[in-house]
Design a protein around this ligand. Sequence first.
Ligand code: DX5
Ligand code: ZN
Length: 230
Amino acid sequence: MTFNRSLKIAPSILAADFANFGAECEAIEDQGADWVHVDVMDGHFVPNITFGPATCAAIRPHIKGVMDVHLMISPVDSYIEAFAESGADVITAHVEATPHIHRTMQAIRGNGAKAGIALNPATPASSIEYLLDMVDLVCVMTVNPGFGGQKFIHSQIEKVHQIRSMIGDRPIHIEIDGGVDPTTAPLVANAGADVLVAGSAVFRGGSVSNPAPYGKNIRNIRAAAVSVDA
Ligand code: DX5
Ligand code: ZN
């Protein structure tokens, strides 16, 4: 994984057909996805349950590019090794998930993955000030984590600006997760984000047997983001 700040669209398979993950991952990559975003929820840190490392390992062979695993779980440290072994390229944990998030970031890198740190909407940018030298990605949640299809929280745009300025020249991605569509994408791209996660706005209208809408949706989000960013 070489670092660059070009715009990347990362469809979230939370909005895919859960009975068809392998084929869905292949379909979104064929249709122009840059990364595949994988949402892991535990029913404790967030009020929803998805799946664990065995599912990540099962879908890994169906993804050619980056598998971006977003852990919405607490505790988290005891599962890092299993998610790294599942083939995750990026493992993101929440700053709110443990009092020892510094140790969590060390564990992710120590297991050979890129380390991501996610912030819930109520968490200030300053909470990660002392982590920036040990992370590869900052994920700004623009909805409260747990469910797809929620409304984008506009107050987070200011947070993206702040984090972009804190990062300076460091090779750290800024990822946006929640409510990204062609209307909100330009707002966060303009504020400095380079990875846009989108679930419902990518999978809407398509399926494994009719994947063309995935491509159209991805192109629409990318075009909207790049137009303002330029
Ligand atoms: C929310 C997840 C997101 C979610 C985004 O807890 O982390 O990745 O799938 O879904 P949309 O794009 O529908 O808001
Ligand atoms: Zn996510």
